[in-house]
Design a protein around this ligand. Structure first.
Ligand code: HEM
Length: 416
């Protein structure tokens, strides 16, 4: 079905019309990613589900909380499977590109490794790594928060979880960036053939990198993530080598940029709101609530995507088989139909049912680890560096989707 951007077919439900008539591409810009909440509010006012031009044809955009809850509830209708390779991977990433019932099997097997009690074993190394990076600032009054802290830290933590030496950091970052942002690295447009070729070559390197470590761990187990995965079993069955690789490949994207994006968006907010930052400094024991509220407000992962497996209707809007469904979880998090004071950032909320980690069967596998990391990092940072601001004149280039930055010039100082 062809659809002109901005057209409103009567049988097709509410279209975004004038405001975002250019379609989804207009929602995935640096300007929107820098300040998404007003755009999300305007979108919700246009209707909780709208038809728009997607990145590859007609699509559906869900912004309201009730609609999004419905999408998450029915993975058989709103599928995560069937399309893969966007990161150069040659098989579906496990479990994010797999539908139930297989997906549930994998989750049952991996969940215990990332359960709240299990991730506690990583508290000490995370704390140590935070302090090492801050120590390395020395007496500097200006740093690049992204380059010196929020980018290397999640990768260093992950290397530690994998039982790998910190010296592998440059390789690890090169591999991650090679699949996540190949066009930025090469300075070429995303659809340039060299970009895909580069990404696919890096993907092969990633499989080889993990294969080598898995060979080593097969011979000798350690107390690390890969050894736990090798030993995990369900109904007497263990993961095959390909399955292990497809899980590890996903960790490289799901577990790193998401933490960087959270740190960058949280710190940008706190740098620009000194009165809120003062609350964080004054009450370190409230850090859990601070993290939850900033996850809700900032939604570091703006959206996720599904594909309709059949014709259906979502909150009165027709959805056609095969269409892409964009799930703007960031919008649902500021939906005032769901939360009365959704526009306010409040660190004293007693109830906060945000969906920054998604929902339903694919809800983030790493949420307990993410929470552990973010709580420790914010607490330790503010105990040592209570005053900081974005370098005057700098406008952060926040990328759409996963809202991370390549550069974040920050001034550290007294009383700012
Ligand atoms: C604050 C940081 C994080 C945020 C905001 C975040 C967000 C999300 C979201 C929104 C999803 C749902 C994707 C979908 O429905 O299609 C997801 C899934 C996932 N996340 Fe996270 N994530 C974070 C950290 C992590 C970490 C540290 C790990 C490392 C283990 C991780 C591993 C995963 C995995 C494996 C999935 C797929 C789960 C499945 O499909 O069953 N995430 N995450």
């Amino acid at each position: 079905m062809a659809e002109e951007p901005g057209s409103t077919a009567p049988d097709e439900g509410q279209n975004a019309g004038g405001l975002y008539g250019g379609g989804v591409v207009q929602l995935l810009t640096v300007d929107v990613a820098r300040n998404p909440q007003p755009v999300f509010k305007a979108l919700i006012e246009g209707g909780p589900v709208q038809r728009m031009t997607g990145l590859a044809g007609p699509a559906v955009v869900a912004t309201g909380r009730a609609a999004i809850d419905e999408i998450f509830k029915y993975p058989d209708v709103y599928s995560s499977a069937g399309h893969f390779g966007s990161l150069g991977n040659v098989r579906p990433l496990i479990p994010i590109e797999v539908d139930p019932p297989e997906q549930r099997k994998y989750r049952k097997l991996i969940n215990p490794i990332f359960a709240p009690q299990a991730v506690e074993r990583w508290r000490e190394p995370v704390t140590r790594l935070v302090h090492e990076l801050i120590d390395a600032f020395g007496d500097a009054e200006e740093i690049d928060y992204a380059k010196q802290f929020s980018t290397p830290l999640p990768s260093q933590i992950f290397l530690t979880l994998l039982g790998l030496p910190i010296e592998d950091l440059p390789t690890f970052l090169r591999l991650k960036d090679g699949i996540v942002r190949p066009s930025v690295l090469l300075g070429l447009p995303p659809n340039h053939p060299d970009v895909k070729a580069h990404q696919q070559a890096i993907a092969q390197e990633i499989y080889a990198y993990y294969n080598k470590i898995l060979d080593e761990r097969e011979l000798e187990r350690k107390d690390d993530l890969l050894s736990h995965l090798l030993d995990a079993e369900i109904d007497g069955e263990k993961l095959t080598r390909d399955e292990l690789l497809d899980i590890c490949f996903l960790f490289l994207t799901a577990g790193l940029d998401t933490i960087s994006a959270s740190l960058e968006t949280f710190m940008a907010y706190l740098a620009e709101h000194p009165e809120r930052r003062a609350e964080v400094v004054a009450d370190p024991d409230n850090i859990d609530n601070v993290v939850e509220e900033l996850l809700r407000w900032e939604s570091p992962v703006m959206l996720v995507s599904r594909r309709a497996t059949r014709d259906t209707e979502l909150q009165g809007c027709p959805v056609h088989k095969g269409e892409q469904v964009y799930v703007f979880i960031g919008a649902a998090n500021v939906d005032s139909n769901d939360l009365a004071d959704a526009d306010e950032v409040r660190f004293d909320r007693t109830v906060n049912r945000h969906i920054a980690f998604g929902g339903g069967v694919h809800r983030c596998l790493g949420s307990h680890l993410a929470r552990l990391e973010l709580r420790i990092i914010l607490r330790e940072w503010h105990s040592r560096i209570p005053h900081y601001r974005i370098k005057p004149g700098v406008k952060l280039d926040i990328s759409p989707g996963v809202r991370s930055v390549d550069s974040f010039p920050m001034l550290l100082g007294k009383g700012e």
